[in-house]
Design a protein around this ligand. Sequence first.
Ligand SMILES: *Cc1c(COP(=O)(O)O)cnc(C)c1O
Length: 486
Amino acid sequence: MGSSAPVLGCRAMDAATFRRLGHRLVDWVADYRETLEARPVMSPSKPGEIRRRFPTSPPREGGRMDEAVAQLDTHVMPGITHWNHPSFFAYFPSNTTYASILADIVASGLGVQGMSWQTSPAATEVEEVTMDWLRQIVGLSTAFTGVVHDTASTATLCALLCAREKVSGFAQNGKGLQSGEAPLVVYASDQGHSSIEKAALLAGFGKDHLRLIATDDDHALRLDLLERAVAKDLAAGLRPCALVAAIGTTGTTAVDPLVGMADVAARHGLWLHVDAALAGTAMALPECRYLWEGVERADSVVFNPHKWMGVGFDFSAYYVRDPEHLIRVMSTNPSYLRTAHDSEVRNFRDWHIQLGRRFRSLKLWFFLVDEGVDALETRLRRDLENAQWLKVQVDTAAGWERLAPVPLQTVCVRHVPKEIAHDEAALATHNLAIARRVNESGNAYLTPSVLKGKQMLRLSIGSATTERRHVEALWSVLNAAAASAT
Ligand SMILES: *Cc1c(COP(=O)(O)O)cnc(C)c1O
């Protein structure tokens, strides 16, 4: 201290420049958000186009931030698909609210690691408070304790690791899965998210011990087939270990029969994990909670406030019934020291896979105090009504077919011209052409996807900016594309 001469070799931005550029970038983001609607939703960029704008080697000399900020518009924006656009109907809503953006600035500004309580007590305690708020918002009982994960994928991996260790009696403390005991088996529906398969493989169960159970006409897991699969595995000397229920599948938001699955889990001592990544947000609405009836009997539940809710990516909420078990599985402290109650504080590093952790709960806090639960409920109901409106249009229009129920905000359709109604290959080509037309028009963006051999157009509503008029426009664009697609 004392000397103001810059340290040789260290010429990072000073506070004055940070203020200037920071204000400019906040304006830039606000300008971007205000002009979102006028932009083509899907980036028209071709492979390599963005990469070619950048030098192939790193800058030797710094001090070029002004140039980089200007290049956001010229070099980066052409390659951006606008996820918060009101006509974004692809994948899933990924709402990143202003409040959540500001929280990210604060979290980065503080630059703290929240792995232990002591490394920043506020990081742990704000997370405890806000995750309890969130638990109340979605109507989970106090039997559940929450922790922030980065994504549902890692939470589901944690769940399967917890299942493995529970059923194997903590085999990880000895020979692990190499102990030669009967192989453990995981069950989920064939409509389950790919992260379930990935988690089962990474957790060492092996593809041969992952049962993807067929689904019914509504694309929900068939309980009779599940029971048969479990009985068959038991008869073969295998050990049923974990059951993953999808509440809102990725393809169609199908809802697995959770109560029946909880019965199966209880009967055979299986770990029950609920993947409600998208749909969990809907549980803020009391009228939607029937969709996950039985959730109170789950061992673990994950959902993503970083999808429909409004907490910017990444923010996944993982709720567990037995935090002590989670800690025993995730902690590398000697086992004789492992207990959730060995002090008055939580050390969240032992509640997931990685050690370091961002101060993510700031995003949930800012988001909730800004929007409030009442406005959140109103927005979610608007989205559900918009989906029902679209469903009615599809059901009453000639030439359109709906391929799944619409319990939430996703509508799965395809266009079926009479001449090719019985030609699956021609229907696939036709519907892919519609998707291409819509997406390349820039007027809306949807995801073409295949459901049980049928090419569908998946329309996912729920961007915070999407009003009825945008859904009406989508329906017009779809009809125009269907009329001209060959
Ligand atoms: C989006 C989604 C996931 C994956 O979420 P990530 O947070 O990206 O890992 C898992 N399951 C379902 C049902 C989803 O919709």
